[in-house]
Write a protein that binds this ligand. Sequence first.
Ligand SMILES: Nc1ncnc2c1ncn2[C@@H]1O[C@H](COP(=O)(O)OP(=O)(O)OP(=O)(O)O)[C@@H](O)[C@H]1O
Ligand SMILES: [Mg+2]
Length: 300
Amino acid sequence: MNQAEAPKESEINSYGTRNTLTGFLVQMKERTSKYPRVLSFSSGKGGVGKTSIVTNTALAMSRLGQRVMILDADLGLANIDIMLGLAPKHTIKHVFSGEKSVSEVLIEGPEGVVILPAAVGVPELAKLTNSEKLFLLNEMEELSASFDVMLIDTSAGISDNVIYFNIVAQQRVIIVTPEPASITDAYALIKVLANRHLVRNFSILVNWTKDGQEAQNVYRRLSTIASRFLGLLSMDYLGFIPKDDAIPMAVSNQKTVLEIFPECEASNGFMDLAQCILDDRRENHAVGNVKYFWEHLLRM
Ligand SMILES: Nc1ncnc2c1ncn2[C@@H]1O[C@H](COP(=O)(O)OP(=O)(O)OP(=O)(O)O)[C@@H](O)[C@H]1O
Ligand SMILES: [Mg+2]
């Protein structure tokens, strides 16, 4: 992907991003109440817990009264459904081909969480005709009214897909573990987003830690190198999920930890994380909601 393919700053501004005018923010506030918030979960390095975190956070948010949709944007493997023991018959591809409506493609996960199996990359989205894009946008808009929050589980690495989902999401959660390779790869992802795509806001979530102290150290290491080499960035510390054997046990049962070990350390961590995300109502979250997300994705 080269610079020319990234959304231009002027385009972004027309939807009201970081540099918006007050008028736009007022407009966006109305839209926020109508459209769900969109959070992407990425990591740089693979296997650091993205899918476990997305599924459990979705469940935790659902328990907190939110209507949650997961967009499974890991196009390599059908991640989410394997982890939750679901078997989607259709994906968004069937929506493009006109065989199914979006609501027919959605699958119901545990406790009311809904999953949209993507199985299609940004290059395929770009190939759609204008009328197909418009159709999809309308379908998504209609669907959006039914949700409060959309969580995107991306693939590992810095492929075009991962970059695009990060650009258009409202809040970017970067997952990192204490493992040095995970910190290096998270930095590489942040660097591409910051330098090539002018993304300045990140939320850092530390997974697989001994305790909060270790998590804070990991966060500090990452934010220190990022601010030294990438200039002014906003990097929030979103908290941590402890290393907990209940997570792999739940995975092998194709369940979330919240369902089978609701009292374990990791489950408490997911409830705290969900609450922390929902409590965060900063102004910049008023932009990049789900309408913005689909409009931009389809324009790429
Ligand atoms: N906090 C944790 N404690 C213990 N095990 C964990 C923790 N988080 C994740 N795991 C385990 O790590 C493995 C990988 O997790 P997961 O599939 O969620 O990672 P991922 O980032 O989605 O991987 P990929 O990049 O392949 O999509 C799983 O078996 C899961 O059980
Ligand atoms: Mg995964």
